[in-house]
Design a protein around this ligand. Structure first.
Ligand code: PXG
Length: 286
């Protein structure tokens, strides 16, 4: 496998970064996870836009232009002949001292990995997944803003551990006010009386690229999509529940905290949106 580091494609075994890189020492950096479907890089411009916004929010200069970065991503996918896979794009603060001072780090490191992706097994898409409510509260917006896709995922990792301890793959995280924020690596949607609801990103979510696409696809079907604060009660009493994300795409949730959603099977709107998303991602007109 060829890895792109700072302008060069190198062999996997030569792809190394310094132990003084603040990405490693402090999680000081930003990243993106991007899918490739049928040789097309999915929503690349939107991912690049979000990466630059994350970097701006932490005062990290990305050492190249957006156009150069787009070319680098395409070159890495080509070099590894990835036609259906996953690209990880990472910008670290670069090499500094053992102190946290980011201003002593001169050059941000850029790394691009193109690989296969670990997906949920197909039967989970057919049956739907179970989730729990995490006790770990999503980052307060005045701490690390949840809209930054930073290299520090500990907040979500603690919630993911709660999910795994309970033998379920995902957990819903609530914000400091008790409203639904998102899942540990996915955005949350519910359906009630044929209307779709999702928390506003200001409730503590990452502005998911998949979320944006799914909202657009739902509106094309003349479904109403409302961004509003949701409570645990709203999740417990909805008709349908699904998650969206780069890895999960659109996946149905059929149980939360031991309560069945609807009749405990993936609902019709979720199934329709999953199908529409598949077609859109694979470049087919619906
Ligand atoms: N919230 C969080 C905290 C995320 O990390 C999403 C929502 C969904 O956003 P996108 O843009 O992907 O629709 C994410 C994305 C992985 C993996 O390997 C996780 C993500 C992206 C890619 C891979 O688990 N999280």
């Amino acid at each position: 496998m060829k890895i792109w580091i700072d302008g060069e494609l190198v062999d996997e075994t030569d792809a190394k970064i310094s132990v003084f890189d603040h990405g490693l020492l402090y999680g000081d950096g930003v990243f993106e996870g991007i899918r490739v479907y049928n040789g097309r890089i999915f929503e690349l411009k939107a991912h690049i836009r979000r990466l630059y916004e994350s970097a701006k929010a932490i005062r990290l200069d990305i050492p190249m232009s957006r156009e150069e970065l787009i070319k680098a991503v395409e070159k890495t996918a080509d070099a590894n002949a990835v036609s259906d896979g996953y690209i990880r794009l990472i910008i670290t603060r670069g090499v500094g001292t053992l102190g946290i001072n980011p201003l002593v780090c001169h050059d941000g490191r850029s790394i691009i990995i193109a690989d296969n992706i670990q997906l949920y097994p197909e039967e989970l898409y057919e049956r739907g997944i179970k989730v729990i409510s995490a006790t770990t509260v999503r980052n307060h917006p005045l701490a690390v803003p949840p809209q930054i896709k930073s290299l520090n995922y500990l907040n979500n990792i603690l919630a993911k551990l709660e999910a795994l301890d309970n033998n379920v793959p995902e957990a819903v995280m609530y914000n400091h006010e008790g409203y639904v924020a998102e899942a540990t690596a996915d955005n949350v949607f519910i359906v009630k009386n044929s209307c779709i609801y999702t928390p506003p990103v200001q409730a503590g979510a990452l502005e998911g690229i998949t979320r944006g696409v799914v909202i657009k696809l739902a509106e094309e079907e003349n479904l109403r999509v409302v961004e509003k604060n949701l409570t645990r009660f709203d999740l417990y009493t909805c008709d349908e529940f699904f998650l969206t994300g780069t890895a999960a795409e659109v996946i149905s949730v059929v149980e939360i905290d031991g309560r069945a959603i609807g009749d405990g099977k993936p609902g019709p709107i979720t199934k329709m949106l999953r199908k529409k998303f598949f077609k859109y991602a694979h470049g087919k007109k619906s």
